[in-house]
Design a protein around this ligand. Structure first.
Ligand code: SF4
Ligand code: SF4
Ligand code: SF4
Length: 352
């Protein structure tokens, strides 16, 4: 059999599916449950029994995995909440791997156990992406708001690194941990990994603005990335399919590219992590049809108010977007002032 490099395979598959208008990637929120209650978490409003008890059962998750597989999805990311908090996580994971998905797992490592780690060693994921926001107990638990969580999360990371599983560590930068970033970097680099800070926060899914209040200043963001200027939010990158969108179109980001699908813990397909309506339940509906309806909604959205974003000359370099705006302002069209300040500071900085 001819071997090809992963990069070549990835590019070829993405191009093929763009051509076929099939999705490549699925972000599947297996649960909103999480052992932590991070101050900045945008899903924590649903990390309670009232919300999690109606989440999909094992059979239903498998049924949806069959459907997205048939629809063409290859890259599957289990996210949450923390997917490891599900009692049936390994059963779901094994099912996905057996179907041939390339599986990524997002976790905080708090709920990692020897049993899970040993299984992952036998059948490794593409990567485990761990969020680590502090390396000292006091700060970790100030952010996670759970006593005893530091020791458990560090033990979870150890279970993963001891087995040499593929990992990435990412850090959510907030006001609280800004002074500890050097120590986090040191910890991550000692593991032979790249330090990956993200400064982007969105309000909670119920509109609570607590996460937004924890953002660092624009100048602090610029200081983090040195001469390269501000970091652009990944999900705000222009998709190939949208690169030539008219300025009046609301969405200029990857959302409308048709490359990925998002599924929530109840089986709903929805536009993106910040935009949960319209939603279509794929337990009942065909995935392709659901996705097409969502994409049509996205592509037809135009500005209806005189938003300053509509004619903004630096819009392509700004990480404000309809999703973050919706959560923060209640409107898809309004600018989010923090991102506005950041884009302007970055622009000035680059023009100096
Ligand atoms: S670890 Fe992630 S999902 Fe869990 S509370 Fe923190 S930010 Fe939310
Ligand atoms: S609307 Fe915002 S949050 Fe949603 S995909 Fe686009 S950039 Fe990301
Ligand atoms: S938020 Fe500000 S910088 Fe960003 S597109 Fe809107 S007006 Fe431009």
């Amino acid at each position: 059999m001819q071997e090809i490099q992963y990069k070549t395979f990835s590019l070829k598959t993405h191009k093929k599916n763009w051509h076929l208008k099939s999705p490549n990637v699925c972000q599947f929120e297996l649960t909103f449950k999480c052992g932590l209650h991070c101050k900045h978490c945008y899903t924590d409003c649903y990390n309670r029994l009232g919300s999690t008890r109606d989440e999909l059962g094992t059979k239903e998750v498998k049924f949806i995995l069959d459907k997205i597989h048939n629809a063409g999805v290859i890259w599957l990311c289990f996210t949450g909440g923390d997917p490891l908090t599900r009692k049936d996580f390994l059963e779901i994971y094994a099912y996905a791997k057996n179907k041939g998905f390339i599986v990524t797992v997002f976790t905080n490592a708090y709920s990692m156990t020897e049993g899970i780690a040993d299984y992952l060693k036998k059948s490794p994921p593409f990567v485990i992406e761990i969020t680590l926001n502090a390396v000292t107990q006091g700060l970790y638990e100030k952010i996670s708001q759970v006593k005893g969580s530091f020791e458990k999360a560090m033990a979870g990371i150890k279970l993963i690194t001891q087995r040499r599983l593929p990992i990435k560590i990412k850090t959510q930068v907030i006001k609280d941990n800004f002074a500890e970033l050097g120590r986090i970097r040191e910890f991550v680099e000692k593991l032979g990994l790249n330090f990956r800070p993200s400064v982007f926060l969105q309000a909670r899914l119920d509109g609570n603005l607590m996460p937004s209040s924890l953002r660092i200043s624009a100048q602090e963001v610029l200081s983090l990335n040195g001469k390269k200027g501000a970091i652009k939010d990944d999900c705000g990158l222009l998709s190939p399919a949208l690169a030539s969108q008219p300025a009046n179109n609301l969405f200029q980001c990857a959302i409308g590219g048709g490359d990925g699908v998002h599924i929530d813990p109840y089986g709903n397909l929805f536009p993106c992590i910040c935009i949960r309506e319209p939603k279509i339940n794929v337990l009942k509906e065909n995935v392709e049809q659901a996705r097409n309806k969502i994409l049509t909604w996205v592509r037809e959205k135009t500005f209806t108010i005189n938003s300053k974003c509509k004619t903004c000359s630096i819009r392509n370099n700004c990480s404000s977007c309809p999703g973050k705006a919706l959560l923060e302002t209640g409107s898809l069209e309004r600018p989010v002032e923090w991102f506005c300040e950041l884009a302007k500071a970055d622009h000035l900085y680059k023009c100096q």
